[in-house]
Design a protein around this ligand. Structure first.
Ligand code: HEC
Length: 131
């Protein structure tokens, strides 16, 4: 699995445009719908592993930045969740930030964006202690 194997940049840009134009996006931006559907617990753990391992390879083990910028909650809260989810899902064309849509759904990208904003019980950096 190679996160760098992305679609050509124009495909990402097109997908982003389509996504921005979709009713889902309008809905996601309305303040009434801040809570998105939560993935199942096992899937949450898998997504968090991706966050720590794959995202951490560029954004730093503790998300304090590396090749990619720091993704700490304070800064992430300044950015609308839908925008963060779009960057995660589609990547940012012209930069090393890959899109993750082959590995997760739009809803899951939205959930991870919420995790980055510190609005989930799940910590973006600390694995859940075995209970
Ligand atoms: C190959 C390296 C790489 C990987 C892997 C990667 N990113 Fe990024 N990411 C970047 C870079 C570089 C940027 C900055 C893009 C720019 O210049 O705007 C970025 C930007 C972002 C941003 C926007 C931050 C902001 O302040 O605007 C978010 C959110 C993000 N990444 C989340 C993730 C998540 C979540 C994952 C894992 C699913 C991930 N990234 C994996 C390199 C990476």
């Amino acid at each position: 699995m190679n996160p760098r194997r992305a679609n050509p940049p124009y495909a990402n840009a097109l997908a982003l445009l389509l996504w921005l134009a979709s009713p889902l996006q309008l809905q996601a931006q309305s303040p009434a719908s801040t809570s998105s559907a939560e993935p199942k617990p096992e899937r949450q753990q898998a997504l968090l592993r991706t966050l720590r391992q794959d995202c951490g390879s560029c954004h730093g083990m503790r998300l304090t930045g590396g090749l990619g910028p720091a993704l700490l909650p304070q800064a992430m809260r300044e950015i609308p969740r839908a925008s963060l989810a779009a960057v995660i899902y589609h990547g940012r064309p012209g930069t090393p930030m890959p899109g993750w849509k082959t590995l997760l759904s739009a809803e899951e990208a939205e959930w991870l964006a919420g995790v980055l904003q510190g609005e989930s019980a799940a910590s973006p950096t600390e694995p859940k202690s075995p209970s």
